[in-house]
Design a protein around this ligand. Structure first.
Ligand code: MN
Length: 211
């Protein structure tokens, strides 16, 4: 991940704000990246400014050590480092036009762990719908298997030693302007813009790093 050290800057989206239309609208992408993600970056830099001992750590390291920090520093680091990590992961995982389904190694792994792609899709959707309030659904790799998990707020699977492949942000700010309260329709739209090449690369990296 680019720029993964203090001071963090908001790297641009890898596509235009309107690139994901009609599935995710331009205004949502602009606010989500330039306002919501920017706030996590600003808050993370502000807390690190007061804690020089943490400034050398990467985003991933900050998330992993946050559990050992005293509260309320723990909560602030976890929420804001997690907010940056989760949003970058989400934005980098999208593209348009996208392939309908994964291919290669990821397709094989999905078929192995979920029977087939349709079954994966319905399990993932169920997970994303099950998040109460704000959070994320993830496809993760762990112990040679893929599975879906959810995280509340800005928690991340890497805190639990799980290696992320794919995520969907189901905070209302991710979809409310276009989809209103209809999270299921947002999830269906999101399935059209998954960057499967990126997801497969994530799987290959997870395997290489022996998760
Ligand atoms: Mn978000």
């Amino acid at each position: 991940m680019e720029n993964s050290n203090y001071p963090f800057v908001n790297t641009p989206l890898p596509y235009d704000y309107d690139a994901l239309e009609p599935f995710i609208d331009e205004k949502t992408m602009y606010l989500h990246h330039d306002k919501h993600l920017q706030t996590y970056i600003d808050n993370l830099n502000a807390v690190l400014e007061k804690h020089p001992e943490l400034q050398k750590l990467s985003l991933e390291q900050l998330i992993k050590i946050s559990v050992r920090l005293p509260k309320p520093l723990q909560t602030t680091v976890r929420n804001n480092a997690g907010g940056v990590y989760n949003h970058r992961f989400f934005f980098e995982g999208l593209t348009n036009p996208a392939q309908k389904e994964p291919h290669g190694r990821l397709a094989q792994a999905i078929n192995q762990c979920f029977s087939d792609f349709d079954r994966f899709e319905s399990e993932f959707k169920k997970a994303a719908l099950s998040v109460f309030g704000s959070g994320y659904a993830w496809l993760v790799y762990s112990r040679h298997r893929l599975r879906t998990v959810t995280t509340p707020n800005q928690n991340t699977p890497i805190e639990q030693g799980l290696c992320p492949i794919l995520n969907i942000d189901v905070w209302e700010h991710a979809y409310y302007l276009k989809h209103y309260n209809l999270r299921a329709e947002y999830i269906d739209d999101w399935f059209n813009i998954i960057n499967w090449d990126k997801a497969e690369q994530n799987l290959i990296n997870c395997i290489k790093n022996r998760n």
